[in-house]
Each structure stands twice: as C-alpha cells, then as structure tokens.
Design a protein around this ligand. Structure first.
Ligand code: ZN
Length: 138
C-alpha cells in the first residue's frame, strides 16, 4: 500500500458528505470517507473529531476538488445553465441544505432520494442576494 490519500472536503454531517461523495464518484473517482460511522453513532462527536472527511487518491485530488468547488459554489441546472432567482434575477444561487434539526435532516435526505428520480425532481434553492428560497420546476 504505497498510495497517498488527500482530504478534499470536510463535512459536519454525513448526509452532506454522502451527496458530495456521490457526485464525485459519478465522475469516476474513488472516494473514501473517514469517521463516518462515529458521527452517525453520535452526532455530537462530529465537531470534536473534525467532521466527516472525504478523501481521494492523490492523483485524483485536483479533479475532485474542481467537482467539490463546482457543487459548492453556485447551483446550476442539469445542463450547466445558471439558475436565476425568481425575485431579483440574481445568479448567486446555492442549494439550501441548511440542516439545523434532526427533522429537517430527515426531510433533506428524503428530498435527496426523491431528487434522484426525474419525476420528483425538486430541490430547494436559495438566492444569496435577497435570501429568497425557491424550488425549481422542471
Ligand atoms: Zn434573489
């Protein structure tokens, strides 16, 4: 085992980590998670051990970082087109994935599973400019 691994992202919640992991893996990059089990067993431990770490092989680091950046920056449509705010027409749109309670975490996960099915494609977005939250209807 002479392979080197690089940590490319750290998440407080494993739900977020899993989504990003899935996106990176869909690009053909192998992703390894650290500390996932510990956090799921006791969410309070998350802060203490520094969250869920996503790791990739050193050779995949740059590509994986680009993917993480493109996901975390501003949301785009399925074909890469920018999403506009329905209120102010701004393009600084982020996925509203703020998880502040167990209940919203469950909804978040459920929403993510549904979002995998085109007919149920509904994600919440939030405009960074005017803070409006909205859904995208395909
Ligand atoms: Zn706006």
């Amino acid at each position: 085992m002479s392979e080197t691994f690089k940590t490319i992202a750290v998440f407080q919640y494993s739900a977020e980590a899993l989504i990003i992991k899935g996106r990176i893996e869909s690009e053909g990059i192998q992703v390894f998670t650290m500390d996932m089990h510990t956090i799921d067993t006791d969410p309070l431990v998350s802060n203490a051990i520094g969250g869920v770490k996503l790791r990739v092989k050193a050779e995949d680091e740059q590509k994986a970082l680009q993917i993480v950046e493109s996901i975390q920056k501003y949301a785009v449509g399925d074909h890469g087109e920018p999403i506009c705010c329905p209120k102010c027409k701004g393009e600084k749109i982020v996925l509203a994935s703020t998880i502040d309670s167990f209940k919203s975490l469950v909804f978040f996960l459920f929403g993510f599973i549904l979002s995998l099915l085109p007919m149920y494609q509904k994600m919440k977005y939030r405009c960074e400019d005017c803070k409006k939250e909205f859904d995208i209807d395909e």
